[in-house]
Write a protein that binds this ligand. Structure first.
Ligand SMILES: [Zn+2]
Length: 188
């Protein structure tokens, strides 16, 4: 098992602990002490801003474990790509998770054509990945897959690391009714 797969396994195991209510006992003050000089996060998670989907909680991780990039609808903007590149190429993260979730307001808002202020910078990106006939569940999944593809296709930095088997991109859907994350290993 390479370290990218290992990183994904750590997240899967953490989510199982979360769902079973067997979260590890953490001494956060000790974790502050252990990470004050340097951080070595093993994964970078791009997830929605939704208040029910906090990555550190749902994957049962502590301080210094994961880079957490949160944006409505977990859309992949150039700023998000740059942040993921930094996580993997500069800070050594091995796994990238694009994490959608059930009941996503950003997806619903896009389907309902809600538009005000700067919201179209988010909804326009989601709009591109579906047709009017799709159900919300399908669109949530398609949006994750589109995010995985965007990261892989638009970043030569990430492509190089993927080709060297150094990092891996996976998708996931978090179920807000059960706490369980279903992983998608491929976007084919
Ligand atoms: Zn959401």
């Amino acid at each position: 098992m390479n370290s990218a797969e290992n990183a994904i396994d750590l997240l899967k195991e953490g989510n199982i602990r979360f769902v079973k209510n067997l979260r590890q006992n953490r001494n956060l003050l000790q974790e502050i002490e252990a990470t004050k000089e340097k951080q070595l996060p093993f994964a970078v998670i791009v997830s929605c801003m939704d208040s029910r989907t906090s990555p550190e909680l749902i994957f049962d991780r502590g301080l210094g474990d994961i880079f957490s990039i949160r944006i409505a609808g977990n859309v992949i903007t150039p700023e998000v790509i740059g942040s993921v590149e930094y996580a993997c190429a500069a800070a050594g993260s091995k796994a990238i998770i694009v994490l959608g979730h059930t009941g996503c307001g950003a997806i619903k808002g896009t389907m309902d054509n809600v538009q005000f202020g700067f919201l179209p910078t988010i909804t326009d990106r989601i709009q591109k990945c579906f047709n009017p006939g799709h159900t919300i569940e399908e669109i949530i999944k398609k949006n994750v897959v589109a995010g995985m593809k965007t990261l892989e296709n638009e970043s030569s930095v990430l492509q190089e690391l993927i080709n060297k088997n150094d990092i891996k991109i996976v998708g996931g859907i978090y179920d807000i009714t059960s706490g369980l994350v279903t992983f998608m290993e491929t976007h084919e």
